[in-house]
Design a protein around this ligand. Structure first.
Ligand SMILES: [Zn+2]
Length: 159
């Protein structure tokens, strides 16, 4: 595909990304993707783009959150770990066993590392306000009873 300068474009069902969907609330949907294979100087490259809307849980209100993702990546194809270690800093390499690159794996890895560490609605869409106030009230109450935890500890040791 590299020597032919192939461009692959299409959509892949989200449920084929088995590792990614384990991190999501739904496996419904499609990943739109475009992969271009080319050769620059002596290096074989995959230049890829992928976009998908995934379902996550908002960490503030614990409700479903639709999270649109759009990623772009570039991978240099190498045929050994040695060649991989010789790439310049800032270059991403992919070791290809034989001739076959598992494209779903490649896109999946890129999507997984692009997931947010903490998913949250925007302020306008989030239903968390009531719960946030509740939490802060509890915090205030706790600071007024600094020995509450300590006295519980004593009870435990007495028994
Ligand atoms: Zn929310």
């Amino acid at each position: 595909m590299v020597s032919d300068r192939t461009i692959l474009q299409g959509s892949i069902a989200l449920n084929r990304f088995s590792r990614l969907v384990q991190l999501l609330e739904s496996n419904q949907g499609n990943v739109q993707t475009r992969l271009e294979f080319k050769k620059i100087e002596k290096q074989a490259l995959i230049v890829g783009e992928a976009s998908v809307e995934v379902s996550l849980i908002c960490q503030a209100c614990m409700k479903m959150l639709k999270y649109p993702m759009e990623i772009g990546f570039q991978q240099i194809l190498v045929n050994s770990n040695l060649a991989l270690s010789q790439l310049d800093q800032g270059q991403d390499g992919l070791v290809v066993e034989g001739e076959l690159v598992e494209l779903v794996d490649l896109i999946e890895d890129e999507l997984i590392i692009s997931l947010p560490m903490v998913s949250r609605h925007g302020e306008a869409e989030c239903e968390s306000e009531v719960e946030l106030h509740k939490t802060s009230d509890e915090d205030v109450r706790d600071t007024h009873r600094p020995f509450a935890a300590l006295s519980r500890m004593h009870e435990d040791t007495d028994n």
